[in-house]
Design a protein around this ligand. Sequence first.
Ligand SMILES: *Cc1c(COP(=O)(O)O)cnc(C)c1O
Length: 388
Amino acid sequence: MADFIPLSVPNFGPREAELALEAITSGWVSTSGAKVTEFEQAFASYVGMPRAVAANSGSSALHLAAMAAGLGPGMEVLVPTLTFIAAVNPLTRYVGAEPVFFGCDDSLCIDPDAVEDFCANRCTLRGDRLYNNKTGAHVAALAVVHVFGAMADMPRLLDIARRYHLTLIEDATEALGTRYTAGPLAGRHAGTMGDIGCFSFNGNKIVTTGAGGMLVSNHAPWAEHAKHLSTQAKADELQFLHDEVGYNYRMTNVQACLGLAQLERLEAFVAVKAARYEQYRAALDGVRGLRILPFDCTVTRPNRWFFSLYLGPESGLERDAVIAALQAQHIQTRPVWALVHEQADYGGNEAYALARAEDYRAHIVNLPCSTGLTAADCDRVIEAILAL
Ligand SMILES: *Cc1c(COP(=O)(O)O)cnc(C)c1O
């Protein structure tokens, strides 16, 4: 039986083992220890920010971002529907705010036209606050997810956020390493252009600490507040005085060691992603109604975290049948997430411009994309798809 080819798994080697062993033998295995600060600094320097705040998951980083941005009851957040649900829950219901959902453009990221149309035609700006005409709520923030490592249209989204007084929160959990290479934002990394940005080091992400997250902000006090909230809002080390309700959202020293080792390898991981993506693209894009969805390489350097096989109408292939047929050959693939506005108890929230998101949801199969995927594995996946 052929070996199992997973969708996206961690790539750990001797360097991760070496640094993690340092933490273990030193005894600093929990949430104190110097490596967390070291990882925060190395991460901040990689993405070009003065400060980064570590957390124990991307979801907790997003929850910290929502609290640091002051989101709460009576407020609405404009969010994409084509994303993982952890991009929405922490920014809305965790803090008592409500989402308004939007479809995507062809980058798979939130559709700027739809957001602009909503702000211009379904809301009223009074002073420096935008109000939803239908609900009366204060539309306080815009959440942007850089889906599968593709950069959302930041020049437009930043402009919309500025004109309608929206806090812009970037969910860059899938996009560590993605940056602008040209245009007005050249050099800026995904996650660093809005008011506050979040990253994840979950096991399936391009860089992993097992579980973990990171937060950066262009408002220094927001980053400090997030750090404070992540450490039980402890105002005094000796007396255990707490000045607000905080959380235990801290990263451990062992995780930080894994992160330091992984960060050293990030550029090499991006290069492997690019090579495997190109292998799939050359063999499958435009063949028998199949497409490998593009990443923009004119003004961005994408990390190409996840690869999307699009089953066009001429392919005659149906998503779930493809996934099952590949599974039978020990190849793991998956559909894109069920749209968030149809899940949990978000059925009562507004949702706009859904057609493209519904189409991508119905026709995308994500292909194996681990950074340890060999060219031979990739060929086996390609042959299996061409034999369908
Ligand atoms: C992975 C992910 C998250 C959450 O990160 P965790 O570390 O798993 O909590 C949030 N948003 C998106 C878009 C993600 O892909």
